[in-house]
Design a protein around this ligand. Structure first.
Ligand code: ADP
Ligand code: MG
Length: 211
């Protein structure tokens, strides 16, 4: 049965599920970054998500915002590199937007994604079309605003689909940010690695919420 909202314990379980799916997806993420960057994205995300599982198992989260903030802090301190700071910002800023909320619901999903997207944009300076994680995150954030009156189990499916479409659209873009920008037009034809991670994360959230 799909869930309409999640409490703290379920949010922890959801993020542990997300972490295990990213860890399983390491080869896909490694390949994606090998095509456009230096090939370290899969291992970086795997390291980050192992740290997330440890942190969520050891520390107490009082409210849903803490779960996401702890996720961001674990990624930031374990991954290093551009994406450690950027994924750390995604989850920390997203989590901060949920402070005081007892449940994670469709409105919370929108607040989370909007703050996450704004945070990554201001930290990294990328805009849509630069062929970065923003190309999956921004369409997901906008769509989340449009479906925030639906139950979470429905809205998250639609939002995951938007992130996946954004990831697919990144294939046709020319990279203008990060390492891949040196490839110029040769970057066309491959999806951005960070956008792949964002799409996988939101799909894993949807799968957890719908089981
Ligand atoms: P690194 O670039 O240090 O090797 P990763 O390989 O782990 O780090 O991550 C690469 C991903 O980070 C890219 O695919 C892209 O999505 C994202 N990225 C890089 N720079 C930026 C930026 N300035 N803004 C947003 N995302 C970025
Ligand atoms: Mg890399």
């Amino acid at each position: 049965m799909g869930k309409e909202s999640l409490g703290v314990k379920e949010t922890i379980e959801m993020m542990k599920h997300v972490a295990s799916v990213i860890i399983e997806s390491e080869p896909i993420l490694t390949d994606a970054d090998r095509n456009l960057g230096d090939g370290d994205h899969g291992l970086g995300m795997e390291r980050g998500m192992n740290a997330v599982i440890n942190k969520l198992s050891e520390s107490e989260a009082d409210e849903v915002s803490d779960v996401f903030k702890m996720t961001g802090m674990a990624m930031m301190s374990s991954m290093g590199g551009a994406s450690g700071a950027l994924f750390g910002t995604l989850f920390r800023n997203g989590g901060k937007a949920l402070e005081g909320e007892e449940k994670f619901d469709s409105k919370g999903l929108h607040s989370f994604l909007e703050a996450a997207n704004d945070g990554v944009k201001s930290r990294g300076g990328a805009i849509p079309g630069d062929k970065t994680m923003i190309d999956a995150l921004e369409p997901a954030s906008i769509r989340a605003g449009e479906v925030s009156e639906m139950p979470l189990c429905e809205s998250i499916k639609i939002v995951a689909q938007s992130a996946n479409e954004g990831k697919n659209n990144s294939k046709e873009m020319i990279a203008t940010m990060g390492r891949a920008k040196t490839l110029g037009e040769k970057s066309v034809g491959h999806p951005d690695a960070g956008a792949c991670s964002v799409a996988i994360i939101i799909q894993a959230m949807s799968d957890f919420i719908n089981t």
